[in-house]
Design a binder for this molecule. Structure first.
Ligand SMILES: [Zn+2]
Length: 44
């Protein structure tokens, strides 16, 4: 079922960092499940 993917993600609650639990800003979604600070510690 192809719904509007953009609208789907906009309706999601703020994501939290899997490591420190800090709220992840939308612009940081590309970093995955870690916040900007923790992503630096987990370079892929
Ligand atoms: Zn973090």
């Amino acid at each position: 079922m192809l719904t509007n993917v953009v609208e789907f993600f906009k309706n999601l609650p703020p994501k939290s960092c899997a490591q420190c639990g800090a709220e992840i800003e939308e612009q940081h979604e590309c970093y995955g499940i870690y916040c900007e600070k923790c992503t630096t510690d987990h370079e892929f």
